[in-house]
Design a binder for this molecule. Structure first.
Ligand code: ADP
Length: 188
């Protein structure tokens, strides 16, 4: 049985940074659906062609495409011990699809990253200068924050009702935030 840990929070909250460190130190797979989609775009796969414009505009890729991609990824051997989901689920439909595979992949905890909009926009614009990510523009950031609030934020309640949520203050030093998250993995 492979445990799933969900990192949920708005763009720019630092989910990816923390997920990669936690995954490395606690022997878990780090699955970023955003990274996977960007690879598909780079490799010009069928999925990449469908996703490219949506990604650039900051809109979500349709549920069925992302769900298939995620379920296939979970079958890889590096997920044997468990995985951190970074950027999935992002809609209620995606969350329900995870429930369907919960016999094999039960959700252990949902970490909700909290940060204010001003800080998020500042971080993403800074990141864009370095990463060159085509969706780290002011226009796309605004759309992504709106999409987060309308489609993804309701998942906080959904998981709160299942008593799976741990809130993380995503403002501060990367190392302090790491320690706050790692505490929960040390206690597993
Ligand atoms: P960020 O959190 O900074 O927006 P991500 O790398 O997590 O960055 O996601 C980048 C883009 O990839 C999203 O704006 C969206 O277009 C697409 N994407 C990633 N994960 C999903 C998902 N679970 N469902 C739909 N689209 C997704």
């Amino acid at each position: 049985m492979s445990k799933l840990f969900i990192f949920l929070g708005p763009p720019g909250a630092g989910k990816g940074t923390q997920a990669s460190q936690i995954a490395k130190n606690f022997n878990l797979a780090h699955i970023s659906t955003g990274e996977m989609l960007r690879e598909h775009v780079t490799n010009q796969t069928e999925l990449g062609k469908k996703a490219k414009n949506l990604l650039d505009e900051g809109l979500l890729v349709p549920d069925d495409l992302v769900i298939n991609m995620l379920v296939e990824r979970l079958s890889h051997t590096d997920c044997k011990n468990g995985a951190i989901l970074d950027g999935f689920p992002r809609t209620l439909g995606q969350a329900k699809s995870l429930q369907n595979i919960s016999d094999d992949f039960p959700i252990n905890k949902v970490f909700v990253f909290e940060a204010d909009n001003e800080e998020l926009i500042k971080r993403i614009l800074l990141r864009g200068e370095v990463s060159g990510r085509s969706d780290d523009t002011e226009e796309s950031i605004k759309v992504r924050l709106d999409v987060y609030n309308s489609d993804t934020a309701p998942l906080v309640n959904y998981y709160q009702e299942q008593q799976l949520v741990t809130t993380i203050n995503a403002i501060g030093e990367i190392e302090d935030i790491y320690n706050a998250i790692a505490l929960h993995f040390n206690n597993l």
